[in-house]
Design a binder for this molecule. Structure first.
Ligand code: XMP
Length: 510
């Protein structure tokens, strides 16, 4: 069955992935395509609609990204957003100007007439504006459908050709009814039916994986994180024991985490699962190292070395399963969508072996991976697991890493997680953990003076880890966590809570 497709033409705007996510959330499959490939893809794949994203350039700049005018003549509906709308105006004979004013932030927009794009959204609403240039003169055949106080063309259209432009950003949640505008474009104008669900994706991918990997040995580096777990369960469902999962326990995991991962994949799923307990080896390499980037490098290199050794023991491997997801694909600029491709020598596999790379999540955003995980009936606590950095507790243990310090982090973090779960906050906080800032301070316990460690708590809300705010955990819960940590964890006499947002801080301390 042919899947419906929308092409999101990338002009370099900051919200491009967000547009694609919104379209997918409306059950329509879309791909982000570089502007210079847009016409070719549109002709080849015949999408149901095309969306031009915003972008930082001015349409008159020498190297301004553009598309061939022919794209408007394919009979495919086009929606231009911000720069995309300005480019549309420019290419079709309108004018774009740089104004003296700057329109930025939440602005009231007023919808003028009964446009299909604004069906059910007539009148005044708030939109998110972030532009320098504006459309000062419409191209022939267009009409204005929305204005703001400053902007004469907040929206324009040539309805009989299905070409629509928006100066504001419907994809940003600050735009009221923005999702309805996108829904109107997709369902009312592009006439999609909405066939993109994780159920349909799974039904389509399983036979494909079965066919590609039939009779082959597939190796998976499993971390226990969401992406590699979902990828492994999916491929295991398709090829069973031909999938071999290697789990490198670097000794920098949270309390009981390694055992839980093993229990889940080995016992519950009965997977072909190899656990490598490499903790002592990693700690030896990390001895005396305080610099965060050096820690990361050592851990990365050692990880590959361990994985490589395990792979060598297995002999011939035909495929490597990776949990690559769509943002990685977009950011690497490779754009297109094949889930299976040929590779040589990805770190972690024996040299000089030609093998296939299996990337069944390559088309999916993170939230789709989680929904796919639910479709695969993977337990909620794994699918909705908070992010955990690859270098693990190493970047939460400031200064030199020692087993004693790791123990303090593990024990205090377990207490934090218990209390967060007890108060049902685990799905509202993006990430929460304890860290050891490498400070000792004076305290008093009983009649004794102590000189013990300080444990820090970091808990943030976020939607993508790019920005974050410190979580407003109620004081009573913080108090409980603090008193449990100082009384239950040895060598700790003080607990602090980090109340810095990102930026200027980061989520992790290293
Ligand atoms: P920061 O600390 O940069 O973190 O605000 C943003 C997100 O990335 C995670 N993080 C890492 N993940 N390897 C990873 O796989 C790393 O070296 C690393 N450093 C930070 C962090 O936990 C947060 O979710």
């Amino acid at each position: 069955m042919e899947r419906e497709l929308i092409i999101v033409v990338d002009f370099g705007g900051q919200y491009n992935q967000l547009i694609a996510r919104r379209v997918r959330d409306l059950n329509v499959y879309c791909e982000v395509v570089p502007f210079d490939k847009a016409l070719e893809r549109a002709k080849k794949d015949k999408p149901k609609g095309i969306i031009f994203t915003g972008g930082p350039a001015s349409v008159y700049a020498a190297c301004a990204p553009s598309v061939e005018k022919e794209i408007f003549e394919l009979g495919i509906p086009v929606l231009g957003i911000c720069y995309g709308a300005q480019l549309m105006a420019h290419l079709l004979g309108g004018k774009v100007k740089s104004p003296d004013f700057k329109e930025y932030g939440k602005i009231e927009y007023d919808v003028k007439c009964g446009s299909k794009l604004f069906q059910g959204i007539e009148g005044k609403n708030i939109c998110w504006m972030s532009h320098r240039d504006y459309i000062s003169q419409l191209p022939a055949g267009f009409e204005i459908t929305a204005t703001t106080q400053m902007c004469p063309v907040a929206a324009m259209e040539m309805a009989d050709k299905n070409i629509y432009g928006l100066q504001f950003h419907p994809e940003v949640t600050h735009t009221q009814r923005g999702n309805d505008i996108l829904r109107n474009f997709l369902y009312g104008i592009c006439k999609v039916k909405g066939d993109w669900t994780m159920g349909s994706y799974l039904a389509e991918q399983l036979p494909l994986i079965k066919k590609t990997a039939a009779g082959k040995k597939v190796l998976c580096g499993l971390s226990g994180g969401v992406d590699s777990s979902v990828a492994a369960v999916m491929v295991h469902r398709a090829i069973g024991d031909n999938l071999i999962c290697v789990f490198v326990d670097h000794g920098l995991l949270r309390k009981n985490e390694g055992d839980e991962v093993e229990k889940f994949f080995k016992d519950a799923y009965k997977m072909n699962f190899i656990r490598v307990n490499a903790g002592p080896r990693f700690l030896k390499k990390l001895a005396g190292v305080s610099d965060p980037e050096q820690k990361r490098k050592i851990i990365g290199a050692e990880f590959i070395a361990v994985f490589d050794e395990e792979a060598q023991k297995l002999g011939q491997v035909d495929c490597l399963l990776q949990g690559t997801i769509y943002p990685d694909v977009i950011e690497s600029g490779s754009g297109h969508s094949a889930v299976i491709k040929s590779h040589h020598n990805v770190g972690g596999l024996p040299k000089d072996i030609k093998f296939q790379l299996l990337e069944p999540l390559r088309l999916l955003f993170k939230d789709e991976v989680r929904r796919l995980g639910e479709e695969l009936e993977i337990p909620r606590e794994l699918v909705w697991r908070q992010p955990f950095p690859g270098p693990g507790l190493a970047v939460r243990c400031l200064g030199e890493i020692t087993e004693d310090k790791l123990k303090i982090i593990r024990e205090s973090d377990a207490i934090l997680r218990q209390e967060i779960a007890k108060h049902k906050l685990e799905y509202t906080i993006w990430q929460y953990f304890t860290f050891l800032p490498n400070i000792r301070s004076v305290g008093v316990m009983g009649d004794e003076r102590t000189y013990f460690h300080t444990v820090g708590i970091r808990a943030v809300t976020s939607s993508d880890a790019m920005t974050a705010d410190w979580a407003r955990i109620p004081y009573e819960i913080l108090e409980k966590i603090s008193s449990r940590i100082v009384s239950e964890v040895e060598s700790v006499n003080r607990v602090i809570y980090d109340i810095t947002s990102k930026p200027p801080a980061t989520i992790e301390w290293e």
